[in-house]
Design a protein around this ligand. Structure first.
Ligand SMILES: [Zn+2]
Ligand SMILES: [Zn+2]
Length: 229
């Protein structure tokens, strides 16, 4: 539907999107207030824009404390923006191997709806193995694709358990929700960026990392996502 919008409408939408994105990140850090938004926004007209966004019913502002919260539609819209942005970051870092300091600029250009539609975002998400976080470790909101397994796109990133014996791969992310596990894995050098080689699958998974051989049970191996090299 985007072709029917004028350039001005798009620019206006982009400004709203930028502010919604900022609010999302401030909420993650527990500091979404009018003051912080005004301080961190790059929009020269952020105060009137914030009032507009409130009048659109996207956010609510507590005029005593200055706290800003999402309303349902605003939250849904911000979630999509954040998802696009962070998926784009993953794409740039895993596929195009863009350096970390350059990722931010490109991802900002890609996050707007008219560049990456939802279907495209879900395809990229699937292609990347449904990453739980962006390269900076921030949570990527889940999409429809993450709920239902899609076979349309051949993933670039897959579980360590999908490797064949002898294959080498780079660890891209670890999906474990258990911090104790993550700590244990990182103490063994199993962190994003490490290169591993699969030596054995039965009765346990054995990988080589640097000069070390490590045995992992299947549950653990399934949570390690890798890209073949
Ligand atoms: Zn990020
Ligand atoms: Zn997904």
């Amino acid at each position: 539907m985007d072709y029917w919008k004028s350039k001005e409408q798009r620019l206006e939408e982009d400004r709203v999107d930028e502010v919604l994105e900022l609010i999302w990140m401030l909420i993650e850090d527990g500091e979404a207030t009018v003051e912080n938004i005004a301080r961190k926004s790059e929009d020269p007209q952020v105060s009137p824009l914030l009032k507009d966004i409130e009048s659109f019913g996207l956010i609510s502002i507590d005029h005593h404390s200055g706290k800003v919260a999402f309303k349902e539609t605003g939250k849904g819209r911000a979630e999509q923006i954040i998802r696009r942005h962070r998926i784009a970051e993953r794409l740039l870092s895993e596929v195009f191997e863009v350096e970390e300091r350059q990722i931010e600029d490109h991802a900002c250009e890609l996050e707007h709806t008219h560049v990456l539609g939802q279907v495209v975002v879900d395809s990229i998400c699937t292609f990347l193995g449904h990453p739980p976080t962006c390269p900076h470790g921030k949570v990527i909101p889940r999409g429809e694709c993450c709920k239902k397994f899609s076979l349309d796109v051949k993933p670039l990133v897959g579980s360590l358990t999908d490797l064949r014996i002898g294959e080498e791969a780079k660890i891209v992310f670890i999906s474990s929700k258990y911090h104790a596990r993550l700590d244990r894995l990182s103490s063994l050098g199993i962190i994003p960026g490490s290169v591993i080689r699969l030596h054995q699958k039965q009765p346990t998974y054995v990988i080589r990392i640097g000069e070390t051989e490590l045995a992992l049970d299947k549950d653990l191996a399934k949570e390690i996502f890798v890209k073949k090299i």
